[in-house]
Design a protein around this ligand. Sequence first.
Ligand code: PLP
Length: 370
Amino acid sequence: MRPTVAEISLRNLKFNYLNIRKKVKNRAVMAVVKADAYGHGMLKAVEALESLGEAKPAYYGVALTEEAIELRKSKLTSAPILTFSPVKEEEIPEYFKFKIIPTFASSSQIKILKKYKGKKPLLIHVNVDTGMGRLGIDYREALDIIKEISTLGNVKIDGIYTHFATSDEKNKSFANIQLGRFKEVLNELESEGIETGIVHAANSGAILDLPDAYFDMVRPGISLYGYYPSLETSESIKLKPVMKLVSQITTLKKVRKGESVSYGRIYFAPKNIVAATVPVGYADGYNRLLSNKSKGIIKGSQVKQIGRVTMDRILFDVTGKSVNIGNRIVLMGREGKQNFDAWEWSKILNTIPYEITCNISKRVPRVYVD
Ligand SMILES: Cc1ncc(COP(=O)(O)O)c(C=O)c1O
């Protein structure tokens, strides 16, 4: 195996999950495992969460029907699987075959439900758009649409949900507006006696800081994987990053003062230095914009990455360090007292840890370390 791997700590995943559960006072949890569990490996993540007995997730959330099918085929769980993607007529046989719950996400989909003539009830969760502005039925039209759905004898509303646009921001005013809209829809439905099943809204930001949004079930994604969704939330749940990107030094070479390394000559040695090459590059998700800006951790201390990131290889300045070929280097994550985790990458790349872990490419084997 190549020395560049993503080490995944399933122990940390379980630690995060159980802390989230404690925070929401043992409410049901839908573990969001879309996008291959944000790059960590969906099947291994589910297997780990399923080992938690009574505490295991009540539901799993994915973005695509294909992801739901993969999870169901694995036979790792019998829990309901919700796909956030809108119900599609041609996928109905698969919803039944693989016990998948699609999302009712737009008023135009009422035709699909009306056309469905099967005897077995088609389970759906209704997504109410309270301000995310992406998927979901408009909160102002929700009552009428849901009323209409509830008259269809062969469709069962198993759940109703909304999604926050800004729950990870310090200023919760818009999140509270969304919450108010959602509650109003729920109240109207209740007063009309319409059953909507399980109610859920809270993503990681809301789990951390908006307890009013917990309802019957919460939907954590990024916090499962050990990251707060932004730098503005509280850290009221202790989390440990689950992924570490590691590699090894493959060569060491002297670079004389004034000489350059790598493409484009964007780095010139300010003095005689020793440079280590490490077999990772942008084809692995080590973003080219990290060039000359990132760091690695070798033997408990940080070293600077130098020169342009190439497709398969990068360099570090290891001058004065007692390092050898084959030494381990942590490229993303924490080791000992040193930290260069996905937030450090994010600050350089102007993004968020979600994108960083999802972008560690398939070429990088995931190794499950504990
Ligand atoms: C509908 C839905 N719910 C929950 C989540 C989980 O969000 P987070 O990763 O911020 O906890 C996502 C992810 O974007 C989502 O799309």
